[in-house]
Design a binder for this molecule. Structure first.
Ligand code: NAP
Length: 294
């Protein structure tokens, strides 16, 4: 267990600090930009807080930089310039998209640096604390920081894995599709049900068992075998009805439905539930009205 400080006490920094403390770590101090969230968290943790990140360095072996991505370069630079970084200290940021190299100024002062990205959606601190157990964490960075990162992730009951710096943008994009676009898709479905008079609450309640059933199918059967519905069946008539209905509702939403439909045809082909001729027919329906000029 490492004496740990957390700079940035938003949803991720707070959840990590609280969980590490639950696991027996000493949180030496926390810090935020305005000081308000840090003071609130420090009270909960029973530790000190500061508005000056460099004041947290003296006590800590490990320092998490849990600020927004756009702040990481400046925070790292200011910490390095403070003259308080000690050789052997380990600094981690939590960004999925940025490389560990954003912390180079700290490495130049003798610290080891890395990025430890929890592959989880932190919508609130309490939800994050519940969801984090069993989550994967991508590590990328210095060899000297890897052992510490893997130990911390295991202590959090997470699953550490190595990530290459050059793969981080695509790795993060995959995470955004799986989480953020799932939320957007759900919102899309709810908006359709709202158009037929259901409230958001009613639509959410009605669609939730369907979503949960689908997720359970994906977990046990994989994404390809989990595909059901008109595209998987090559059911042209049904899809034509869908397209007529959604075109009447909103041309923009019709465009989105068609784009998703085209990707779904790929999945159905991979499943083998439609052949190439069916696939071409479906693709042509989904492309109808598209501006094909280049
Ligand atoms: N949210 C997610 O689902 C998720 C998932 C995985 C990884 N991450 C990563 O986790 C990191 C933190 O994200 P978040 O969602 O927790 O952000 P957040 O909720 O916006 O919290 C950011 C925190 O950083 C503080 N801060 C901002 N600038 C600072 C500075 N210059 N010095 C010190 N503290 C500063 C803020 O202070 P105030 O409280 O005073 O405003 C706030 O406490 C990001 O790198 C993000 O990419 C997020």
């Amino acid at each position: 267990m490492f004496r740990t400080a957390v700079i940035g006490t938003g949803v991720v920094g707070s959840a990590i600090a609280l969980l590490l403390q639950q696991k027996g770590y000493t949180i030496t101090g926390v810090c935020s930009k305005t000081g308000v969230s840090a003071a609130r968290l420090a009270k909960r943790l029973g530790c000190g807080h500061s508005e000056k990140p460099e004041e947290l360095l003296a006590q800590a072996e490990v320092i998490f930089l849990a600020t927004p991505d756009r702040e990481l370069g400046d925070v790292a630079g200011n910490l390095a310039d403070s003259g308080r970084v000690e050789e052997g200290q380990v600094f981690f940021h939590l960004s999925g998209a940025l490389p560990a190299d954003i912390l180079t100024p700290l490495r130049e002062k003798g610290a080891a640096v890395g990025s430890v990205h929890p592959l989880q959606s932190f919508a609130s601190v309490e939800n994050a604390i519940t969801n984090l157990k069993g989550s994967f964490f991508a590590f990328q960075g210095d060899e000297k920081a890897a052992e510490t990162a893997f130990q911390i992730v295991k202590d959090l009951e997470g699953k550490p894995f190595m990530m290459k710096s050059e793969d981080k943008p695509l790795y993060h994009l995959g995470a955004c599709i799986a989480s953020n676009y799932l939320v957007a898709l759900f919102h899309f479905a709810v908006s359709i049900y709202r158009a037929i008079g259901m409230s958001t609450e009613q639509a959410t309640e009605a669609l939730m068992p369907l979503i949960k059933g689908t997720l359970a199918n994906i977990e046990s059967l994989g994404p390809v075998k989990s595909l059901t519905g008109p595209v998987a069946r090559g059911d042209v008539n049904t899809l034509e009805k869908h397209l007529e209905a959604i075109a009447n509702l909103s041309p923009d939403l019709a465009k989105l439905y068609k784009t998703l439909g085209q990707y779904t045809v790929r999945v159905a082909l991979e499943k083998g539930s439609i052949d190439k001729i069916n696939a071409e027919k479906l693709i042509s329906i989904f492309r109808e009205g598209e501006n094909t000029s280049v």
